[in-house]
Design a protein around this ligand. Structure first.
Ligand code: SF4
Length: 432
């Protein structure tokens, strides 16, 4: 009887960097003859790539591990990622877990896992199989890691502890991987890192910073559009804004700048290296540089010592029209961070109210940004998922959700859509 194809399920929580690393792990294990299982399919081995940015993230990781174990009790479960680095004993102690691999070992998973489970890895790896990330399972847009780690140590953040100091990838590797993705039909690549704005590569003298890397990518690849994921405001330098303005639309008109707080006093306690004035200045220049740029921002509510006045400064800034959508996070103590030692913690009921207040503002500013698209023609790449009423959603270059007619093929193509209508969280129009 022919050998049953072995299934691997790679599941990811957290940031785009984690999403990329999961694809990298899968690419390293495919040569052993594994087929990728989707979320609904039982697998022989599960790789769960975790996040620990908040308490909720930890709880979601534990739930994902238990779900995998229920889906196939005879499977092997490998857990990796930031939650493993933050609390290895707890994760390893979970009954369902067969192996933990911390962030520093992630690149060696293709040797660690087969050695641990020889019964599952019976075949020699197929050497002709590329271990670069050339495909993004179930995605029509690709994420690409350019660096790891962070040296900034914001007072509330656990990430420098679990991901270590900044390590940048060689631009040559980045270019090679983008060319492979373009060859595979990808029209959009999202550059991702923990601290993207601090990219540079001393081994490659021309790679002074993120701006030089973006210019290099546009010169050395035929990639249709490049998206820069979350970028720290103080690293949006004038040369970056100039490069963005001169990119003729090859850099997506979307910038996500974590604000965290609108009060400079709170920003100081967070050890954020900018104040409210500097943040506003950077956003204004980005919007001036390229019309119809959409700006997103992360905000933390309930940071220790946050007064009503502090909070209203945040609300006033995000309501000012400069920002188009928010990711609102409720402050959560992360053990070992300076903020967790601060005394003046905010009542959880107040944190909840402030989160709800900013979320309402976010919905309103987003709706305004969507309304502004009427009459515009946008480049849209569809998502994979077919919606219950038979159509697809896509993502515009300025990062807005666009309803696409069901006549399209949900592949990596770029569709031009003339926007005619806006709704609370998406827009639609005519295919051109
Ligand atoms: S920049 Fe600050 S918030 Fe971002 S990962 Fe680094 S320490 Fe954390």
């Amino acid at each position: 009887m022919a050998n049953k194809t072995k299934k691997i399920s790679v599941q990811t929580l957290g940031c785009r960097l984690n999403q990329y690393e999961s694809e990298k792990i899968a690419a390293q294990l495919y040569p052993y003859g594994f087929e990728r299982a989707n979320q609904k399919e039982a697998a022989d081995i599960y790789i769960i790539n975790t996040c620990t940015v908040t308490h909720k993230a930890d709880a979601d990781c534990r739930a994902m591990i238990r779900r995998a174990s229920r889906q196939n009790p005879n499977s092997k479960i490998v857990v990796t990622g930031c939650y493993v680095d933050n609390d290895p004993a707890l994760v390893e102690g979970m009954e369902a877990v067969d192996l933990i691999v911390n962030n520093a070992q992630k690149d060696d998973i293709a040797t660690i896992v087969p050695a641990k489970f020889p019964d599952l890895f019976t075949e020699e790896p197929d050497k002709s199989c590329s271990t670069m990330v050339t495909d993004f399972f179930d995605h029509n847009r690709a994420w690409l890691k350019i660096s790891d780690g962070c040296n900034q140590w914001c007072s509330f953040c656990i990430i420098p502890t679990v991901r270590g100091r900044i390590k940048n990838r060689a631009a040559t590797d980045i270019i090679d991987e983008i060319n492979m993705l373009v060859e595979n039909g990808y029209n959009e690549v999202v550059l991702t890192a923990v601290h993207i704005g601090h990219y540079k590569n001393n081994q490659e003298p021309r790679m002074k910073n993120l701006t030089s890397l973006c210019k290099h990518i546009m010169a050395e690849t035929d990639l249709y559009r490049l998206r820069v994921s979350s970028i720290e405001p103080q690293t949006v330098r004038d040369d970056f804004i100039e490069m963005y303005a001169d990119s003729n639309g090859r850099i997506c008109r979307h910038m996500h700048l974590p604000l965290q707080a609108g009060s400079s006093q709170i920003l100081k306690k967070m050890l954020r290296p900018y104040d409210q004035k500097r943040y506003i200045n950077r956003v204004e220049l980005l919007k001036k540089a390229v019309p119809n740029t959409i700006i997103g921002a992360d905000v933390i509510v309930g940071f220790p010592g946050e007064t009503d006045e502090d909070f209203m400064r945040t609300a006033k800034l995000v309501e000012s029209g400069l920002i188009d959508y928010l990711h609102v996070f409720s402050y959560s103590d992360r053990e070992g961070t300076p903020a967790s030692q601060m005394s003046d913690k905010i009542d959880p009921r107040i944190i909840k109210e402030r989160n709800a207040y900013l979320t309402r503002i976010s919905n309103k500013i987003k709706e305004n940004a969507l309304k502004r698209q009427i009459g515009q023609t946008l480049d849209v790449i569809s998502e994979h998922k077919l919606q219950p009423d038979g159509h697809y959603f896509g993502v515009s270059d300025n990062y807005l959700k666009v309803k696409l007619p069901n006549s399209i093929t949900p592949d990596k193509s770029v569709y031009k859509v003339k926007i005619t209508t806006s709704h609370s969280d998406y827009i639609e129009g005519d295919l051109i």
